[in-house]
Design a protein around this ligand. Structure first.
Ligand SMILES: Nc1ncnc2c1ncn2[C@@H]1O[C@H](COP(=O)(O)OP(=O)(O)O)[C@@H](O)[C@H]1O
Ligand SMILES: [Mg+2]
Length: 394
């Protein structure tokens, strides 16, 4: 099963039209559809479209203002589809300047809407599937108990449901790690065994040290019987392990303890993303600011590789995501809902909650995060005018 859920949000001021479009798109697979009917939908556009992959705007007689409102909307990574009067050249040129992906004429949307949205979804999904790049994501908690291990486990599980993926999940909390319990798995050979015999191990024999959750998800786990001191493992051993893993797996997820030693330093240096898990308290928000500084200033990790995850996020809490963004001056922030019941019942079953409650809010949040971490993130090339025009006139 492919977990790549696409979020589509339709905005407009005509109830019947929006309803009709909703019905046209209703049966697309792996799609989550929302609609907002409001005579002044531009006011709340930025807030309401957050989390959408595709925004569909039905332009009214205030079309120009509505298009301009896209300038104040966070549209990064989103596909913008506008339905309006395509014979109005002025509207078309404004549409191009605000980055609209497709302009559909209002008179013919019934024939074109499904086809165009289907094409956008196909392109977005293929872009992901076609990526051959190996990704290494390190998950660090700002404090024990923040949820680092549960989140790393679920990210690895979600990534393993993507087509053609092979995922390795490593628990680097060599002394106290219990990540295996999230899958009801215990190691036969441990990660410390791997380090002890690293010079004798090759890509084939490494597989014998991994614990199978499924064909696509394998774990490398520590054991509380291993006595190992922080700093004891040389960075050459971890480099050798990572390079062997990268030959066998296209997604590597590492649950890291918050210790700065040669082992963790080598991993964060090699990672494509370093995700810091915090809870929604002022103290942890401050901690994350310090961690970002250590990673960026002391370890030279570029800021765009650093992701903050606010776990157990409660939107009613007076401390908001925007407060964190402001405090740490960092935009790459995700939230994961608080759901004691789903998390603890999954934990009792020894399964990831994304498997036991795939449609819950917490699983949706997690999937969005996993999709971000699992994809390639090259700086988007500025779309040329010619390409944008091509998009507008299909
Ligand atoms: N979003 C959440 N909602 C509810 N409970 C959670 C959530 N995230 C984590 N937990 C619970 O918090 C506890 C600590 O999680 P864990 O992943 O072990 O933290 P860490 O690895 O950061 O020490 C676990 O009992 C876990 O089930
Ligand atoms: Mg942990």
């Amino acid at each position: 099963m492919d977990y790549r859920l696409i979020n589509i949000h339709i905005f407009g001021n005509n109830h019947a039209v929006v309803e009709n479009q909703f019905n046209i798109l209703h049966d697309l697979p792996h799609v989550s559809l929302k609609r907002t009917v409001d005579s002044n939908f531009t006011g709340a556009l930025d807030k309401q479209s957050a989390g959408s992959d595709i925004i569909i705007l039905n332009l009214s007689e205030h079309a120009l203002l509505e298009l301009k409102s896209l300038e104040n909307t966070d549209t990064a990574g989103k596909s913008l589809v506008v339905i309006g009067d395509k014979s109005n050249v002025n509207l078309l040129s404004v549409a191009i300047s605000v980055g609209v992906t497709e302009f559909i004429d209002q008179r013919s949307y019934q024939d074109n809407l499904f086809k165009i949205i289907n094409k956008i979804i196909f392109n977005r999904t293929e872009a992901y599937r076609g990526s051959k790049k190996r990704k290494l994501n390190a998950i660090v908690n700002a404090k024990g108990g923040s949820g680092g291990s549960v989140i790393a486990s679920n990210i690895a599980y979600v990534l393993s449901t993507f087509k053609d993926s092979k995922v390795a999940l490593l628990d680097m909390d060599l002394q106290f790690g219990t990540l295996g319990l999230n899958f009801d798995l215990a190691p036969k050979y441990t990660i410390v065994d791997v380090f002890n015999s690293i010079s004798d191990i090759d890509v084939v024999s490494l597989e014998a040290y991994m614990v199978n959750y499924s064909d696509r998800l394998k774990l490398l786990l520590p054991s509380s019987n291993d006595i190992i001191l922080p700093g004891e493992i040389p960075s050459t051993a971890i480099k050798a392990l990572l390079s062997m893993l990268q030959r066998n797996y296209n997604q590597i997820v590492i649950d890291l303890p918050r210790i700065i030693d040669p082992l963790t330093t080598t991993i964060v240096e090699q990672a494509d993303n370093v995700a810091i898990v915090v809870q929604q308290t002022l103290a942890q928000f401050r901690d994350s600011k310090r961690l970002i500084q250590i990673l960026n200033k002391d370890l030279d990790i570029p800021l765009d590789k650093i992701v903050i995850i606010i776990n157990r996020y409660d939107p009613k809490n007076s401390l908001k995501k925007s407060d964190l963004v402001e405090m740490v001056n960092h935009q790459n922030v995700f939230t994961i809902a608080n759901d004691f019941e789903k998390v603890s019942s999954a934990s009792n079953l020894g399964e990831p909650f994304c498997k036991t409650s795939p449609n819950s809010k917490i699983a949706e949040d997690l999937k969005r995060l996993a999709m971000f971490l699992g994809e390639e993130h090259e700086t988007p090339k500025k779309n040329s005018i010619v390409n944008r025009l091509k998009g507008l006139f299909v």
